[in-house]
Structure formats: C-alpha cells, structure tokens
Design a protein around this ligand. Structure first.
Ligand SMILES: [Zn+2]
Length: 324
C-alpha cells in the first residue's frame, strides 16, 4: 500500500491492539542464544554433524563472538529448541532456499497513481559492451516486494531500521486461499480460515510470519490482471479481514503477516483495517511476495532482509525461505 493511501480513519487506529513493544522482542533473546549455541557446537565438532575442519583463528572468532553475544544479551541458556538443528541442516545441504522476491524493474506492478510508474533506474556508467557498470535508482519505499514497517500505519511504532533480526526472522505459516480468491477476488481471509489451518497443521508458532497465498503472484507479469480494476477503476484483490488481523495480534504471537499482492488489506476496503491493526501492534507486513506457492503450509523458515533506511516507513525487501 502506498503512503498516499495509508491514512487510516481514527476509528480503525483506535481498534489496534496495543504494542507489546521491545519487551516482546527481548523475550526472544533466549531463542537466539539457543541458535548460536547450536551453531557453535556444530562448528567445533559437538555432535559431529558439521563436516568442516576449523583452525584456531576460527575458534578465536567463535569465542570472541560468543563473548560479545553474551555481553550484549546478558544471559546464556543451553539449547532448548529445534531451530539450531534446522540451521545446522541448512549448512549441511539438507534444506533448500527459495527466494520469495520479485525482481524490481520498470514493468513491475505498482499501486495505480496519477504520478504513473514510480520506479526509475538510470545507467550512470557502462562497460564498453554497453552493459551497465553503475546505475542510480529511485523508488517509493512501498513498491515491488517490500516491507511495511510498523510506523507505516501507526505513529510511534518502529521504523524499518529499528526492526531487529529477531523481529524479521521467523517460521512461515502459509494459508492457501487461492481457490476462494479465484472464485471471489474480493475475498478476505477469515478467523475461521486460520483456525482451520491450525486444525491441520498445529497452532501458529510464536514469531511466525503468516503468509496469505491468494494466487495473485502468478499474475505478476500481467499488470492489468494484477491490479484487476473494474470499469470504475476500483481494484479487486484479496486480503486479510479485520477479524483475522485481530486474531493474529491478540490471540497469537506473530512477527508479521504477508501477502502475494499489492496490499495486506483487500482492495475493496473499506479502509485499511489490517494495516492499522497489525502495524498498530508493532508487527510488519510483506507485500507483493513471490513464490509462496512453492512453500509448504508449515515448516519453512523466513529470512526477511529489508533495506535499512533510517526512519523509513518500509522498503524493498529480499525474502528467503529455508525449506526442510
Ligand atoms: Zn506497503
């Protein structure tokens, strides 16, 4: 959703769940320590699952980095979860990585606006062959595959540079509503859809990024189909309902939500309730996510890496899914 369309009615803002703020972020330190512990154990040969032969410099780095981590976090626990095992398997080649990012170019779909296509990419210098050696680009923060930082829809919430790795990395939950979305392009995912997902795959894990798969990413190369405007110019694509957004931030401990089209709110509106609720709770959105159809409903792990614009309301993001 672009900034000019992001002004939410006060009523919507007031419904937003209060943010758990930095306390919730700090509470996940234990998980990070656990990861680090398992990686180090694998590096130095504990458990024998890591095949590398490492010399003293690496060991010194490991000890130094561990000391730095302990100093910065102020605590250290033994491993207590499966995350470290998943990372160890990644390094040993037992996992695949899927890029959930559309390439950004001048034909990428954008939020229709009187100002036209907002993306510019100009060659500054070129090789003798004509291939660019350096270019300059300009783009709104909310264009292409991008992240909405909490401040996007909720003043006082973190900007994109203030989000930490603990905020941005997390297990992926993929809720496939592509059939319902094909039948009704104004479909809004319901609380019941999420409960049905949990009946099949278990409770949405803490720290999850809940991705709504609508099938819209398949239309990425067809801008008209992607924005799906009617005769009056109104767009039609699916999104999160207000009740689903509330459920996720009030009854589950998610990190964020995402969708494979232009906005986590359905285009038909009214307003942008999911934006106000999820950003209002200090959580982020991912929009125009690619390749969601390649992910399992559960079990994948997301590495979300947005551009670090100081004070930014969001920005282009590279998203990788690590899939067992
Ligand atoms: Zn956005």
């Amino acid at each position: 959703m672009p900034e000019e369309d992001s002004h939410l009615p006060d009523q919507t803002r007031s419904q937003a769940h209060p943010s758990p703020g930095l306390l919730a972020r700090d509470s996940r330190n234990d998980e990070w320590i656990s990861w680090w512990w398992k990686i180090l154990r694998a590096l130095i040969g504990g458990g024998g699952r890591f095949p590398l032969k490492l010399g003293e410099p690496t060991m010194r780095h490991a000890v130094f980095l561990t000391a730095a981590l302990i100093t910065s976090l102020g605590a250290c626990n033994p491993p207590t979860d499966e995350t470290g095992d998943r990372l160890a398997r990644l390094f040993s080649g037992d996992m695949t990585v899927i890029d959930l990012t559309h390439a950004l170019n001048a034909t990428s779909p954008y939020w229709p606006s009187a100002r036209g296509n907002p993306f510019k990419h100009d060659t500054l210098s070129a090789h003798p062959s004509g291939a660019p050696s350096m270019a300059a680009y300009s783009t709104p923060e909310h264009h292409g595959t991008h992240l909405d930082a909490p401040i996007h829809s909720a003043a006082g919430q973190p900007s994109v540079d203030q989000l930490t790795a603990a905020d941005l990395f997390g297990p992926a939950v993929v809720v496939d509503v592509s059939a319902a979305s094909a039948a009704d392009p104004d479909y809004k995912i319901t609380r019941q859809d999420l409960l049905d997902w949990e009946d099949q795959h278990g409770r949405i894990p803490d720290g999850a990024v809940v991705l709504m798969y609508t099938g819209w990413s398949q239309k990425w190369s067809d801008y008209d189909a992607y924005k799906n405007q009617d005769e009056d110019g109104r767009m039609h694509f699916p999104g999160f309902s207000e009740e689903a957004a509330k459920f996720l931030v009030e009854e589950r401990e998610i990190n964020g939500i995402g969708i494979d089209n232009l906005s986590v709110d359905a285009a038909v509106g009214p307003g942008f309730p999911a934006h106000g609720i999820v950003n209002g709770a200090g959580k982020f959105h991912l929009e125009n996510v690619a390749n969601v159809h390649l992910l399992p409903p559960s079990g994948a792990f997301l590495i979300v890496a947005p551009i670090k614009i100081e004070g930014g309301s969001g920005g282009q993001v590279r998203i990788f899914a690590v899939v067992p």
